[in-house]
Ligand binder design. Structure first.
Ligand code: NAI
Ligand code: MG
Length: 398
């Protein structure tokens, strides 16, 4: 059988090193693939005025599966100032290429699992009865709607007249905002559609069924955001009743959920939310299991089979130019395991996950974050593992 081709998108900053190390782990684990490198990120914004070139989209369209490191995004004005001089008169507007990728390919399902590694010094602990120390075992799978909602990009400052007039027809708008001059109004919309809300809710229930989680929690705010959150919750009730009666449906508000996070995180199984609340709640849970060095994600379109797998951290520019990279590659390695699951290579994924778990449990090799050092170029001299040494340790256990 010919090798599978994976589109490797290193992006910016630490994205490059974590992706290289993850690919090294993959090949040592026996995953045979060809990797084509695709351009994405800041460099291409500056030189071409497009951080997500057409040729990159073509490669993903063709090969379907992408591994993505991280990109750097900067605010609109700063981005414009960094454009090559020859592009500065072209009225280009920067927008995040990873958000662009999600929208272009309709990668509407985002899965972010957060599972405690036994022995991880970064695990959340809390005080129990009689001053005892408890270390709850977290095992949640967060399904975040990845293309709509507050990150859907439909927004204006000083909205066009038709939009403003349409808003004025809403009694709450005229009552609460009607006195503000049009040019002092900024609007970011939160649009949910039935099709994609149903898809994310169903994906959550199907995952719960497949992996024997006892509950699915809709984490939104339907008591206040009645239309969008309300639609998701109502839909979850219908789907649960019709197709997943043996799985419990829970309903939490995002704010309360963030508080319960530290009280009883072990109670939750699958969680489903819209784009922004899913983003928030998944970072919250990631904090309990080791933070950004451990937080992995998959995003895919179930119809086309296109999937892009990435750590949830960004490009961490302050660590990008260290002569020896110090960042933790586990989030990227775990994201690669999610890719393997997606393409039916669960055996190799299992092997890698077991190796990571052993390294973490043993505790001999720890990157600076695990060793609780502050990130400095000299942490390796002080005994922290470099990015490559952590990958080596994982490879040794395979
Ligand atoms: P970040 O995730 O890049 O870094 C935040 C902090 O987390 C770092 O300073 C570091 O202390 C820690 N950290 C991140 N990755 C780590 C790793 N693998 N091992 C150990 N520690 C790690 O987020 P920040 O600083 O807010 O953003 C930096 C840039 O990344 C921005 O330009 C932002 O727009 C972009 N970004 C890109 C994302 C993506 O590509 N999907 C996601 C988040 C941010
Ligand atoms: Mg985030």
């Amino acid at each position: 059988m010919p090798n599978r081709t994976i589109v490797a998108m290193p992006g910016d900053g630490i994205g490059k090193v974590v992706l290289d190390e993850a690919i090294r782990v993959l090949s040592n684990a026996g995953f045979n693939a060809d990797y084509v490198e695709a351009d994405i990120g800041w460099e291409f914004w500056r030189s071409e005025g497009n951080p997500l070139p057409e040729r990159t989209l073509d490669l993903i369209e063709k090969h379907k599966i992408g591994l993505f490191g991280a990109i750097t995004s900067k605010p609109k004005d700063e981005a414009f100032a960094e454009l090559a001089p020859s592009l500065q008169d072209k009225e280009l507007v920067y927008s995040s290429p990873i958000v662009g990728l999600r929208q272009h390919f309709g990668l509407d399902i985002c899965l972010r699992p957060c599972r405690t590694y036994t022995g991880n010094p970064l695990n959340f602990i809390r005080r129990g009865p009689n001053n005892s120390i408890e270390e709850p075992k977290v095992d949640v799978a967060i399904f975040r709607q990845n293309t709509e909602g507050l990150y859907g990009g439909v927004e204006w400052s000083n909205p066009p007249r038709q939009v403003y007039d349409a808003l004025m027809t809403h009694p709450k708008f005229s009552q609460n905002f009607g006195d503000a001059p049009k040019d002092e109004v900024s609007v970011s919309t939160r649009i949910f559609t039935k099709k994609y809300t149903e898809r994310i809710v169903r994906a959550a229930f199907e995952h719960a069924k497949k992996y024997s989680y006892k509950s699915v929690t809709v984490c939104e705010k339907p008591n206040v955001i009645r239309e969008t959150s309300g639609m998701m919750y109502k839909m979850a009730q219908q789907i649960q009743k019709a197709d997943f009666p043996s799985i419990e449906l829970w309903n939490t508000n995002i704010d309360a959920q963030m508080m319960w996070l530290t009280k009883n995180p072990e109670n939750y199984g699958v969680i489903v939310a819209g784009n922004m609340f899913g983003d928030i709640v998944s970072d919250g849970f990631a904090g309990l299991i080791g933070g950004l060095g451990f937080a992995c994600s998959a995003q895919y379109n179930p119809e086309t089979g296109i999937g892009v797998f990435e750590p949830t951290h960004g490009s961490a520019p302050k660590y990008a130019d260290y002569p020896v990279s110090i960042v933790n590659p586990i989030a990227m390695v775990e994201s690669s395991c999610m890719m393997l699951d997606f393409i039916g290579e669960q055996n190799i994924a299992g092997k890698i996950r077991k190796a990571v778990a052993e390294v973490v449990l043993e505790g001999k090799v720890q990157t600076y974050d695990m060793a609780k050092m502050s990130g400095q170029a000299n942490v390796v001299e002080k005994g922290a593992a470099s990015t490559a040494e952590m990958a080596d340790a994982i490879i040794d256990k395979l």
